[in-house]
Design a protein around this ligand. Structure first.
Ligand SMILES: [Zn+2]
Length: 623
């Protein structure tokens, strides 16, 4: 018995010391590629040497690669999905079905070896299924050598050649990429145009292309002195019709992307104690001016995100003109270039914020797209307020309106839905971007602003480079707020239950006032009931829930802060007694911070300027 106790206390002690460290296993790789692009035919050849470390506890007999370019063929899953979904993305529509052979994309594997032995493989749409010639044992490494060729499709979505602004190559999802294997197994998800997941690893990519092209890429250029093109002070004069090899190296990233054009110009801006930011865009009067102004904003944005969401660890970040809107990749973003300054800064802030949630935390976006797009939307909204000043609109206001529209539309699906599987693009987009952002903003309402801010930094410091899931995220805040928060995921993520509270009755009697507060819909929440008195003072009545086993610490901006008795979620009505005569009260509000995602805010506040003995009874109008 005594021994057992000692053992238990040792375990408890060690769990405390290892608190901030992540012990979950994950696969690792290093990937070296040599690419030779033919700018006449838009085809390229490639070799890939991938050293894969099986850090899982499982012996593997199979591996899988993504072959994303195969999506750009008539009849592909992406094509059929786009032609049959109720509300197709206008950028895709039926365009894939119209592609002629020379405009299609493909990745063709000519040979694959594992540790020198030939490998049996099969292409199934956008996935390469590989049966290993020998079992890759747990804890062992294998080297996969691949020879492949590919054709860059006409740009349809994200990657491809000749985007609408005439950028020649937007090279994203462009190479045979090892799928991720984790504690949930393989993620060999056919590409239908949505989200991504990847193996952490180092990339060394050598790209040979005609010398007049300028390239921006994930990673740091290793041979600037051979290149010129603004990567060094001295600009090289390369002979016409010659080719150059650009060598890029990136460490600890989940993907590698690049873009190239012959009209690109290249500039940089240094973030103090931070990365060097590269700006690469077409040399065009309409574009140059705004991109020149973008430099200062980008530096400030990088500083803002590093300060509020964790320190950006890479030496470099590249903003390059390309793609079909804005799309994030590790250490680089491709954005369309012909934009107003506000739009250019806005898209840059959004894509840069992805460096944290997509690039560094690298949640499996297919499964938890809201943890990427939603958190990014929240962070970039804050950054825009930081850059352009507060116009009085609460951060996240548009996301809240978007979510309320979705919740009341009948089209909502739980945020736990796989990104590819939503019935409509509308439900996916509003859940991922708007509701995901609301999730964060509302978390600060639940745990309090101070714990929320500290938690976001702690989340990054604990989980960067480790693919956190929703539970990993919420555990950070459970620990730092000392509250149980599993109910928040269950209701707000795994279901479409809605929040609707209202003040249903106010009764004054002598020196006291009694409020009846009612829960009209299924999702329970703690409530901030804010009383503004006629003397101008503002008083918080915080009502925690029993299932939280705690309450938030006081937030700033109130003349008094009272924590009232817990509300059991089974009770539809809560009675709150105040030691104030009703004649002293000017206003009663549920949540004056616009953080509670109440889908029917009309019954959340009552003005009592002309208070009488029995003054208010809310009659719910059923819709
Ligand atoms: Zn995004």
């Amino acid at each position: 018995m005594k021994l057992k106790l000692i053992a238990l206390s040792l375990i408890l002690f060690s769990s405390v010391v290892t608190n901030a460290q992540v012990t979950r296993w994950q696969q690792a790789m290093s990937c070296e590629m040599d690419i030779d692009m033919d700018v006449e035919t838009h085809k390229f050849t490639g070799t890939q040497e991938l050293v894969y470390s099986n850090n899982s506890p499982d012996d593997l007999d199979q591996v899988f690669y993504y072959l994303f370019f195969n999506a750009f063929q008539p009849g592909s899953m992406m094509d059929v999905r786009s032609r049959t979904i109720e509300d197709p993305d206008s950028r895709v529509g039926d365009r894939i079905s119209q592609l002629e052979e020379s405009q299609q994309g493909y990745q063709n594997i000519t040979s694959l070896k594992m540790d020198g032995a030939d490998v049996d493989f099969k292409v199934v749409g956008t996935i390469l299924e590989v049966n290993l010639p020998k079992t890759l044992k747990s804890g062992k490494k294998a080297t996969f050598e691949m020879v492949f060729d590919a054709q860059v499709p006409l740009q349809i979505r994200r990657s491809g050649r000749q985007n609408t602004e005439g950028v020649r190559y937007s090279m994203t999802q462009w190479f045979p990429k090892m799928c991720e294997y984790d504690c949930m197994g393989w993620h060999a998800v056919p590409y239908v145009g949505r989200e991504f997941h990847g193996v952490w690893g180092d990339y060394m990519v050598n790209i040979t292309i005609d010398s007049e092209f300028v390239i921006g890429a994930t990673g740091v250029l290793q041979n600037p002195n051979d290149i010129g093109h603004g990567y060094t002070l001295q600009d090289k004069d390369h002979p016409k019709d010659s080719k150059l090899t650009w060598k890029f190296k990136a460490e600890n990233v989940i993907d590698f992307a690049w873009a190239a054009d012959a009209d690109f110009v290249h500039e940089t801006a240094q973030v103090e104690n931070g990365p060097l930011i590269h700006f690469i865009h077409q040399d065009d009067e309409e574009i140059n001016e705004n991109w020149n102004e973008l430099k200062e904003y980008s530096v400030k944005a990088m500083e803002f995100f590093s300060e509020n969401y964790g320190e950006y660890p890479y030496p470099q970040y590249t903003i390059i003109q390309g793609g079909d809107g804005g799309m994030e990749y590790p250490m680089i973003t491709l954005i369309t270039g012909k934009r107003s300054l506000g739009s250019l800064v806005g898209v840059t802030a959004h894509e840069m914020a992805h460096s944290w949630f997509q690039g560094l935390l690298a949640t499996n976006e297919s499964l938890y797209e809201w943890m990427d797009e939603g958190f990014t939307t929240f962070a970039s909204g804050e950054c825009m307020t930081h850059l352009f000043g507060d116009d009085g609109t609460p951060n996240n206001f548009r996301s809240l309106q978007g979510y309320i529209r979705l919740a009341n539309s009948g089209a909502e699906e739980p945020m736990s839905t796989h990104a590819d599987h939503y019935a409509t693009n509308y439900a996916y987009g509003s859940a991922a971007y708007s509701k995901g952002s609301v999730f964060l903003n509302q978390l600060s309402y639940i745990v309090g602003e101070e714990n929320f801010r500290a938690g976001m930094i702690e989340y990054f410091n604990t989980w960067a480079f480790h693919h956190p899931n929703p539970n990993d995220f919420i555990r950070i805040f459970e620990k730092n707020s000392n509250m149980e928060l599993d109910w928040y995921l269950q209701h707000f993520v795994n279901s479409t239950r809605k929040i609707d509270y209202g003040i249903s009755e106010i009764k004054g009697s002598g020196n006291s006032t009694t409020l009846s507060i009612e829960r009209f819909d299924l999702m329970p929440m703690p409530l901030d009931v804010v009383i503004t008195k006629k003397d101008g003072t503002v008083h918080m009545h915080n009502i925690p829930m029993v299932i939280m086993r705690g309450e938030k610490s006081p937030e700033e901006g109130y003349d008094s802060w009272t924590v009232d008795r817990d509300w059991a979620w089974t009770d539809p009505v809560y009675s709150l007694s105040l030691d104030i005569p009703v004649s002293d009260i000017a206003k009663i509000e549920i949540d004056n911070s616009s953080r509670l995602a109440d889908v029917n805010p009309s019954n959340n506040s009552v003005d009592l300027e002309d208070g009488t003995q029995f003054i208010y009874k809310y009659d719910r109008i059923e819709d």
